[in-house]
Design a protein around this ligand. Structure first.
Ligand SMILES: O=P(O)(O)OC[C@H]1O[C@H](O[C@H]2O[C@H](CO)[C@@H](O)[C@H](O)[C@H]2O)[C@H](O)[C@@H](O)[C@@H]1O
Ligand code: UDP
Length: 729
């Protein structure tokens, strides 16, 4: 049976040694583990990850014990050595990627030794998956610690169904580009079939990095790499809503609440819960509380902040420093305002079990969730789910992914301390009806988009991306297909070959004038046309003069300007009589206006078409202008019977009745089943050719799998190789 293999750095269970050296199994803290912890036990699913501690050689027996226990609970442990923990986990993951992705790039260290270890450990995870995976399993890789794993698996299992989800923000291109290993990281992730992010912003930052660093554009989030389509989308993670709602109603929670309440007295309570992390804005939050108490002194003795800080990554320098800073600040504020019967801040530097957390959530009049950056932040969702009476106010940083969904919260900028201070006041004075109204809206939203919904949405989408890849109809050409095509070519008396030029016979060149035929191509054309029963038609968007100048010496026929011009064997160039080019005077000034404001763009004027080229324009700007031109010309072109087409770094405007497919109808030989009919091309204009071909024709798309062609080859080298085999058969 097909399984889902979840792969993440940390397993949902953390193994620790107590002071006697005995093993203890605890639930892992952190959103990823608590989020997915609900689903991995289903059926035969398995979770591959690190159990959180390392074993020396002498501890072999303990290691075996851990393996046995975790395996029996659907987990497959990947063990890291002490140095791997240092260089891969603390190093590259948490001293390079974490700060960069959270916009703390001044904290980032760029060390080659870190990256080398990252690569090695990613390979280790890949190997663990390869050991387990069956062909129809779904492999779902999580987070920044494992960005190279998707492509590592893809290299070994080309057809595998691979999803990747990033739980932290994906930074803007300007920040991401700082990483020396930016290209490797993107290539690694692009081994997936589906890449998910929490928010639309993360997704568009990723697409922009892919466009600028890998030079791959996207269409509605879909990109094509190595002839495989990859979908990029946003899937905001949810929580196990019922688990938190039920826990909030449980008798054990209620008795804890009574106990805590009694010890804290009758005052307003504000809650904050985070792992110790500079991205969570803990120190700034303490300063905010300090300002609040001095700005609104009437709340002194009347409000306490319960602050839970869960130890995290405490061997990393910046985290150690932060711990000291937080300890100092808490001490200072408690010293400054506290009294015999009032402690302003109840500070806990440890983690709590669910019923304790639920009691905190129930008790809190206000939840203060103010990270500087957070991929999602589940604590705020858990707070909302736990508020069974709907009383309570959430103050939420706009820098947390969750703010995109929880817009009824008091949304604040954590850098604007006075805004947050005033939000605390507003929360404490908010009428109960208003609290209930906001809470009800938020509960409705997160109840529907819970963790089960998220998992289903992602996995269903991955499935449909995979299905879409399969039904694209275009088969990647393999050796046996090549052999069949060559045999067919050989066996037929007459042969008709439609060959596109740019991107098909020669590589795509940033300067179109530089794409002249080289010696190899010239030889190939000579060989192919040596047999008079082989008729070669060069079918191109190029103007007739260029085609004549570059290829006129060969015994080939031509379609120029996508079908405006034709040249049959032994005849002169001719055109369609009814064509009109007077429309150019209206369109040219519009294209010139865009050329004037887009450095390095240019206009190509052909007899019956105008082309705006942006192959040399800054990535992104060219695409933006192309969309502007297309929308600018939308109505004008339909009134003038013109077609506006977006091609490979071009926008082409031409008469509606012209296309390569229509042009091929001049060759009646294509209809004859006894002939070998062949068409090859690389861009959208060639799709018209493929569609116009009879069923028995062999049609080949270069470089992409999304096509009406039967087969697909990688590049012009593969086309030349195939043509050469035909010519020499
Ligand atoms: O494994 P650790 O180094 O101890 O860190 C704990 C986890 O922290 C991060 O959690 C993120 O995932 C949450 C759920 O999607 C999200 O709400 C939060 O904003 C993220 O920070 C990290 O991404 C995980 O890989 C860690 O395991
Ligand atoms: O004592 C604690 C405090 C927090 N958490 C959990 O840790 C997770 C924190 O996730 P969040 O997305 O807010 O941040 P992350 O730590 O993943 O960056 C939440 O599910 C909390 O319930 C926990 O298990 N025990």
């Amino acid at each position: 049976m097909a399984r889902t293999i979840i792969v993440s750095n940390r397993l949902p269970v953390k193994v620790q040694r107590d002071s006697n050296g005995d093993l203890q199994y605890k639930s892992s803290e952190g959103g990823l583990a608590t989020g997915l912890g609900s689903i991995y036990k289903d059926g035969d699913n398995v979770w591959v990850g690190w159990p959180g501690l390392y074993f020396k050689d002498k501890n072999k027996a303990q290691k075996a014990e851990v393996t046995e226990k975790l395996t029996s609970e659907n987990m497959d442990p990947v063990y890291l050595s002490e140095s791997e923990i240092k260089l891969f986990y603390e190093g590259f993951s948490n001293e390079t990627l974490w700060p960069t992705f959270h916009y703390f790039n001044q904290y980032a260290l760029y060390k080659k030794s870190y990256y080398d270890a990252y690569k090695k450990v990613n390979q280790k995870f890949c190997d663990a998956v390869l050991e387990l995976a069956n062909p129809d399993d779904t492999i779902w890789i999580h987070d920044y610690q494992l960005m190279l794993v998707p492509d590592m698996i893809r290299q070994k299992l080309p057809d595998a169904s691979i999803g990747f989800f990033l739980h932290i923000p994906f930074p803007s291109f300007e920040v991401f580009r700082l990483l020396p290993w930016r290209r490797e990281l993107l290539d690694g992730v692009l081994g997936s079939d589906l890449v998910g992010f929490h928010t639309y912003d993360d997704m568009r930052h990723f697409l922009s990095a892919v466009s600028r660093i890998c030079f791959i554009g996207n269409q509605q989030g879909q990109i094509t790499k190595d002839r495989r389509t990859i979908m990029i989308d946003s899937f905001p993670i949810g929580i196990d809503y019922d688990k938190y709602a039920n826990s909030s109603a449980a008798p054990s929670t209620l008795s804890k609440e009574v106990k805590f309440r009694t010890s804290m007295g009758d005052q307003k309570l504000m809650l904050s819960i985070d792992r110790l992390d500079y991205s969570k804005g803990i120190a700034a939050r303490l300063e905010i509380f300090d300002i609040f108490l001095s700005k609104y002194p009437e709340y002194q003795n009347k409000i306490s902040l319960i602050m839970v800080v869960v130890p995290s990554r405490d061997t990393v320098e910046k985290y150690k420093n932060l711990k000291e800073e937080v300890d100092l600040l808490v001490g200072r504020i408690n010293g400054k305002y506290g009294s015999m019967n009032w402690t302003p801040i109840h500070y806990f530097y440890r983690s709590f079990p669910l019923d304790d957390l639920s009691a905190f959530y129930r008790m809190a009049d206000v939840a203060l969730v103010t990270p500087m950056r957070d991929g999602m932040n589940l604590v705020c969702k858990e707070y909302v789910a736990s508020k069974l009476d709907k009383k309570g106010v959430l103050i939420l940083s706009e820098m947390a992914g969750a703010s995109k969904e929880l817009s009824e919260a008091l949304i604040v900028n954590p850098n604007d301390k006075h805004q947050v201070v005033d939000a605390i006041y507003k929360a404490l004075t908010m009428p109960v009806e208003e609290q209930e109204k906001h809470m009800a809206f938020m509960q409705k939203a997160i109840k529907k988009f819970d963790i089960h919904h998220w998992v289903k949405l992602f996995l269903d989408r991955l499935n449909s991306v995979k299905e879409q890849q399969k039904v694209m109809g275009t088969k990647v050409m393999d050796d046996s297909m090549v052999e069949n095509i060559v045999n067919e070519f050989k066996s037929k008396e007459k042969r008709l070959l439609f060959l596109d030029y740019d991107g098909t016979l020669v590589p795509f060149n940033s300067d179109p004038k530089e794409a002249k035929p080289d010696d190899e191509l010239r030889n190939l054309l000579t060989q192919l046309t040596a047999d008079k029963n082989t008729n070669v038609v060069i079918i191109s968007g190029r103007d007739k003069d260029t085609l004549q100048e570059w290829l006129g010496e060969f015994d080939v026929e031509f379609v120029g300007e996508h079908g405006v011009w034709l040249k049959m064997r032994g005849e002169d160039w001719k055109t369609i009589d009814s064509l009109d080019d007077s429309w150019k005077d209206a369109i040219r000034p519009i294209l010139e206006m865009y050329t004037d404001k887009t450095p390095r763009s240019f206009i190509e004027e052909k007899d019956y078409s105008l082309v705006w080229h942006y192959r040399q324009v800054e990535t992104g700007l060219g695409e933006l202008r192309a969309r502007e031109i297309i929308s600018h010309l939308k109505y004008l072109s339909s009134n003038m019977n013109l077609e506006v087409l977006e091609g490979n770094k071009v926008v082409e405007i031409k008469n509606l009745e012209i296309n390569k497919g229509k042009a091929t109808s001049r060759w009646a030989d294509t209809k004859n089943k006894n002939n070998f009919v062949f068409a090859v091309g690389d861009d959208w204009t060639d799709e018209d050719t493929f569609k116009a071909m009879p069923k028995h024709a062999c049609t080949i798309k270069v470089g992409d799998l999304r096509s009406a062609a039967k087969y697909s080859v990688k590049d012009h080298f593969a086309v030349r190789e195939l043509l050469s085999l035909m010519a020499n058969s």
